[in-house]
Design a protein around this ligand. Structure first.
Ligand SMILES: *Cc1c(COP(=O)(O)O)cnc(C)c1O
Length: 425
């Protein structure tokens, strides 16, 4: 080919070489990961398998583009196609979430939260978030995260009796501390969150409200969980969990905060947007507007209920007694196994979950008494309720045998058979 020869002659043929040619080590690792995902029952509640369409957009030449600023107001030339992409992503997100204003540039969920804090908080302000060990997220005020460094942090909890959010405590703490911002939303909470009630609490204490729906965004846009958008001043989310888009973030806010928020994202906490990722977000929003996506999210919830029920039937205590969403927590220490050991035993059988503290945990976070189990990824593969019963039995066999090698080898075979019936890529 003339073009290729010319490039060879000028030394630019490297642009055309395949990944396997340029970097066999990384190419091999990618192939190992494809195989691992195909052969694994992925029960990590925050993970999912994206479509080829999303992967294609993520791997596109938009990665080459600098586009600091916003559509129509860029600091760089050549942003025509970029503006098309970002405008489409914004319009789709507004429609999907029924939002007044959205910013599609956050690189991640953590940076989305950081941008909101930059938009409305000053160092020394008081914020209130859910305690990490009760289901909250690091970025909701934990001392190990930026969010716990410059603000005074007050944490609310779940009740000991039923392991559900203690709204009365939240209300009392809000009255006592008058936080500038109350953060709700969680990483390990299996029950419906009462956003309307939280708005009332915020109004009584004069606080702004932020709902971080990183985990449940897919459920929300399909009516499988009430939406915080009518109530919250800010709604932040990731796009890669139940929403099944690229690894990234998104912020929704009331029109009155639009300018401050956009300034906080860029130039406040980020530089150039990841235009290839914004393109992939737009694709995933398009997918999320299809009727099949609603069926998918409804099935996630059905599967989570079926799996929680079956794991409970196998004798493991389920935190709060069940689930309303895509995940549940099981207290494996109720059977004398730590979360850490449980996670490792299951991983050996190609079932991936993560250890997690449970409310009022007696173990350290790196050990933990619980496992967090979620159904978004296995539901993407096409598994349904009867398969959840099978999975629960496999989990129980591994844990009850305390990781016995013979049992693990046998369960691994069963996992492989199940995975082969539901290929991903
Ligand atoms: C996952 C998660 C985040 C962080 O998302 P990253 O993209 O990993 O930074 C923030 N908040 C909650 C509630 C989450 O579950």
């Amino acid at each position: 080919m003339a073009v290729l020869q010319e490039q060879t002659a000028t030394g630019h043929d490297f642009l055309q070489r395949s990944l396997a040619e340029v970097d066999p080590e990384i190419a091999d690792a990618i192939n190992l990961e494809i195989q691992r995902q195909n052969d694994t029952l992925e029960l990590i509640a925050s993970e999912n398998h994206v479509s080829r369409a999303v992967l294609t957009a993520m791997g596109s030449v938009f990665t080459n583009k600098y586009a600091e600023g916003y559509p129509g107001k860029r600091y760089y030339g050549g942003c025509g196609p970029t503006d098309i992409v970002e405008n489409i992503a914004i319009e789709r997100a507004k429609k999907l979430f029924a939002a007044e204003h959205v910013n599609v540039q956050p690189h991640s969920g953590s940076q989305a939260n950081m941008a909101v804090y930059f938009a409305v908080l000053k160092p020394g302000d008081t914020i209130m978030g859910m305690d990490l060990s009760h289901g909250g997220h690091l970025t909701h005020g934990h001392p190990l995260s930026y969010s716990g460094r410059d603000f005074k942090v007050v944490a609310y909890h779940v009740r000991k009796e039923d392991e559900r959010i203690d709204y009365d405590e939240m209300d009392r703490l809000a009255q006592e501390n008058k936080p500038r911002l109350i953060i709700c939303g969680a990483s390990a909470y299996s029950r419906v969150i009462d956003f309307k009630r939280i708005r009332q609490i915020c109004d009584r204490s004069g606080s702004l409200m932020m709902a971080d729906i990183a985990h449940i965004a897919g459920l929300i846009v399909t009516g499988n969980h009430p939406s915080p958008v009518p109530y919250a001043d800010f709604v932040t989310t990731t796009t890669h969990k139940t929403l099944r888009g690229p690894r990234a973030g998104l912020i929704i806010c009331k029109e009155q905060f639009a300018k401050d928020l956009d300034r906080a994202v860029f130039p406040g906490v980020q530089g150039g947007p990841l235009v290839h990722i914004i393109a992939a977000k737009a694709v995933s929003f398009q997918e999320a507007m299809q009727p099949e996506f609603k069926e998918y999210q409804t099935q996630i919830v059905r599967n989570a209920k079926a799996l929680a029920q079956a794991v409970g039937d196998a004798g493991f205590r389920i935190v709060s007694g069940g689930t309303d969403n895509h995940l549940f927590m099981t207290d494996v220490f109720s059977k004398g196994i730590t979360g850490k050991d449980g996670q490792n035993m299951l991983e050996a059988a190609n079932i991936t979950v993560n250890k997690n503290t449970i409310p009022f945990d007696t173990q350290k976070p790196m050990v933990a008494s619980g496992l967090r189990i979620g159904t978004p990824a296995v539901t993407t593969r096409g598994l349904r309720e009867p398969d959840m019963k099978t999975i629960a039995q496999l989990i129980a066999r591994v844990l009850d045998a305390k990781g016995d090698n013979g049992v693990i080898a046998d369960v691994k075979k069963n996992v492989k058979d199940l995975c082969d019936r539901f290929p991903i890529y």
